[in-house]
Design a protein. Structure first.
Length: 47
């Protein structure tokens, strides 16, 4: 196992997200609302 993960992977060095992806994630996180009720959690998208 150590042998596999000791090498740097060249295909993972160029991970640059697109502006569209960043915008989508930011808008999603702004619209997400988590409501705690007793011991339950409810997730709601406010769109």
């Amino acid at each position: 196992m150590a042998k596999i993960y000791s090498h740097a992977s060249p295909k993972h060095n160029n991970l640059i997200p697109k502006d569209e992806t960043i915008r989508f994630l930011l808008n999603y996180s702004k619209a997400l609302s988590v409501i705690d009720y007793n011991k339950l959690k409810f997730e709601a998208l406010l769109n």
